[in-house]
Design a binder for this molecule. Structure first.
Ligand SMILES: NC(=O)c1ccc[n+]([C@@H]2O[C@H](COP(=O)([O-])OP(=O)(O)OC[C@H]3O[C@@H](n4cnc5c(N)ncnc54)[C@H](OP(=O)(O)O)[C@@H]3O)[C@@H](O)[C@H]2O)c1
Length: 293
């Protein structure tokens, strides 16, 4: 079984490279942005003609949430046209596509339909309503994939961090070595996701899907949520990062209004993982446990 990974130098791409040796029966083809530019349709065709993958994990994306506000065309090119190109070539090769999307497709205003009207996690069926360019391009990319090729799994995830690339955890650790005090927002709630857990989840879906071909379980294609379990604010996340790493820093909680950013972010974007757990038998660990790891 050949699994082709785009965006192989990103956090998720490197996490997939990290776990690949645990799956000797899978032949992984890792393509970074210089060997495979997903915005170049001919380049995608050429690579697929050569490797003829059974599965493609599209880990390539424009992920600079704030910068996207001033570079909407570039974000659209990679997250919408790029995703569409990959879906089109997957269709030509009957390749199953696993595409990664985001909690930022939601506006964060979902409330329970009860008197308490508390926030409740987003399910796959909730109506997206992005608050910024990044979220909009990720949603438009999902839509292009759905229109182009039915054999797809779209996995929405949130707050991804890892030992690889740039992410919140690494930024906090860097700042802890440069400063004595730090303020972090405490009124945006979500769930951190260890990129290695996301990588493992994708491989489990591939194995499940490859074993169930011919058993009429194609209906498993569609949208799924994945993050670690639990929820926290960015402040809670930072506090735990410093605690685990024995960093002594004066950490202050602040409201979003005190830390304006170009892109508006959802206040609450916890994802409900019931569907991915029940469909693929995936067990998910808590964000605190996985942060420690
Ligand atoms: N990071 C998060 O917190 C987060 C949260 C929710 C969802 N997600 C989604 O999860 C997925 C993986 O994210 P990540 O954190 O691994 O992102 P990342 O670290 O920013 O990696 C993205 C990769 O895509 C590559 N890329 C950009 N343009 C490309 C193109 N035209 N052709 C091929 N590759 C291209 C980049 O390569 P270069 O560096 O060479 O440009 C980079 O290696 C993305 O779909 C993202 O939207 C991420």
């Amino acid at each position: 079984m050949v699994v082709l990974v785009t965006g192989a130098n990103g956090q998720l791409g490197q996490s997939l490279q990290f776990i690949a040796p645990n799956y000797p029966k899978i032949e992984f083809v890792f393509c970074n942005s210089s060997t495979l530019d997903i915005t170049n349709l001919n380049n995608v065709k050429q690579i697929f003609n050569h490797y003829k993958p059974n599965y493609c994990i599209n880990a390539a994306a424009y992920t600079a949430v704030d910068k996207a506000e001033s570079e909407p065309d570039k974000a659209h090119l990679i997250n919408v046209i790029g995703a569409k190109n990959v879906a089109q070539v997957c269709k030509e090769h009957n390749t199953v596509l696993l595409h990664i999307s985001t909690d930022f497709v939601f506006d964060g205003n979902k409330k329970a339909v009860t008197l308490s009207a508390v926030e409740v996690p987003y399910s796959e069926n909730d109506i997206p309503n992005p608050t910024g360019v990044y979220g909009q391009t990720k949603l438009d990319g999902e839509i292009e994939i759905q229109k182009t090729w039915e054999k797809h799994f779209i996995i929405r995830t949130s707050w991804v961090y890892s030992q690889f690339g740039n992410n919140f955890m690494k930024t906090m650790l860097r700042l802890a070595s440069e400063r004595d005090t730090l303020s972090v927002v405490n009124d945006q709630i979500g769930t951190p996701t260890n990129a290695v857990d996301l990588a493992e989840c994708l491989i489990k879906i591939i194995i499940f899907s490859s074993l169930s071909f011919g058993e009429g379980r194609g209906e498993a294609f569609g949208i799924y949520n994945f993050s670690n379990e639990g929820q926290c604010s960015w402040y809670d996340f930072a506090k735990k990062i410093f605690e685990i790493n024995n960093k002594n820093i004066d950490l202050k909680p602040i409201p979003t209004s005190s830390f304006p950013t170009p892109a508006k972010r959802p206040k609450y974007s916890v994802l409900d993982k019931t569907k991915i757990k029940s469909t693929f038998g995936i067990q998910i660990k808590s964000w605190k446990e996985r942060l420690k790891a």
